[in-house]
Design a protein around this ligand. Structure first.
Ligand SMILES: NC(=O)c1ccc[n+]([C@@H]2O[C@H](COP(=O)([O-])OP(=O)(O)OC[C@H]3O[C@@H](n4cnc5c(N)ncnc54)[C@H](OP(=O)(O)O)[C@@H]3O)[C@@H](O)[C@H]2O)c1
Length: 313
């Protein structure tokens, strides 16, 4: 069993692009900017070194303020931090990609990104509106750009040194294969919903074969019903090992070879979520074999319309 420090500080080297992604990551999908800044500061203080951001979260400035203040205080160096952000659906046209990444970097107050992801494979009507809708209130998609064309624009960001690595989010296996086959620079990271109720073993196996890191979001099931943290298998393991259910779910994700994202605005939980250590093999097997519940919580993967983000109107 790995020592706790080497476990929670583990990094996964990226096969495509450059760098290494911390296995344990903190997500910044927090609606309120002041809460985002406080939570990001706490996450950095307790030891998280991967921040997952997105232009769509509309709080990159607050995350950037927390990063800058920690660096100015001498508590953090930029090269210790892995910063990911994402291109939103209204910016898929290749000519919109560089301005979008530059704007994200400006708000995050960094000059380059460790990883840049296409947030969803769905292109919306290009423009400044993140949720373009027609007169009937339906989302307006853009049939004038393909995912491969957007991918080519991300490849140029790696060529220019703007991003060390690039990847995709909310893709299924078929879409991922399409990009892997067409890519000059392969995806380094694929960010998808994954937890014991949605293990995505096939996608993980494909990622392993192609040197892609699977980055699991909603690693605790986003606190939605049915609650993963109340699952009898998870709770029994937690009691037996004197850990919390959250620590069991997070350790499971790291130990099966994924990177993960978890989020909290509660300082005690942020600390708890960083205090993870390895599980014995029988607990890993129990989670794999003993949990029958299977559920996807976030529907973004089907439509490109955010499942967890409050709508702007
Ligand atoms: N690519 C995408 O489309 C996409 C989609 C969704 C999410 N993400 C990323 O993934 C990150 C994580 O996703 P998520 O928010 O679903 O994460 P999550 O960790 O599964 O769920 C967060 C929820 O769990 C609660 N929680 C956190 N730690 C806990 C603990 N130790 N015990 C009990 N409850 C706990 C939080 O409550 P409190 O805050 O009240 O403490 C919050 O309600 C996001 O921030 C975002 O960066 C990406």
């Amino acid at each position: 069993m790995a020592a706790p420090d080497s476990f929670r500080l583990a990094k996964i080297p990226l096969t495509h692009g450059s760098g290494a992604i911390p296995a344990l990551g903190f997500g910044t999908l927090i609606p309120d900017p002041a809460a985002t800044k406080r939570a990001t500061e706490t996450a950095l203080q307790v030891g998280f070194r991967h921040l997952d951001c997105a232009e769509r979260y509309r709080n990159e400035q607050a995350v950037g303020d927390a990063i800058r203040e920690m660096i100015e205080a001498g508590a953090l160096r930029r090269d210790e931090l892995f910063v990911t952000t994402k291109l939103w659906n209204n910016n898929h046209r290749p000519e919109r990609v560089r301005p979008a990444v530059d704007a994200s970097c400006r708000r995050l107050q960094v000059d380059r990104l460790d990883c840049y992801l296409i947030h969803t494979p769905f292109a919306f009507q290009p423009g400044d509106e993140q949720e373009p809708r027609d007169a009937r209130g339906e989302f307006v998609y853009d049939s004038g750009v393909t995912l491969v064309e957007t991918w080519r624009a991300l490849e140029s960001l790696v060529d220019d040194g703007k991003c060390a690595a690039i990847g995709l989010s909310n893709v299924n296996l078929e879409k991922l294969q399409e990009i892997v086959e067409a890519a000059r620079i392969k995806p380094a990271v694929v960010e998808i919903e994954s937890h014991p109720y949605l293990p995505e073993w096939d996608l993980l196996e494909y990622c392993r074969r192609h040197g892609i890191v699977l980055l699991a979001f909603a690693a605790l099931g986003h606190a939605m019903e049915p609650r993963l943290l109340d699952d009898p298998v998870i709770v029994a393991i937690a009691q037996r090992l004197h850990k919390t259910p959250a620590q069991v779910a997070l350790a499971w994700a790291i130990q099966r070879g994924t990177a993960l994202l978890t989020t909290s605005v509660t300082p005690g939980r942020i600390r708890e979520n960083f205090e993870v250590s390895a599980l014995p093999e029988d607990a890993m097997q129990e989670i794999r074999d003993g949990i029958a519940t299977k559920i996807r919580f976030n529907t973004v993967v089907a439509t490109g319309v955010p499942g967890f983000i409050p709508r702007s109107r």
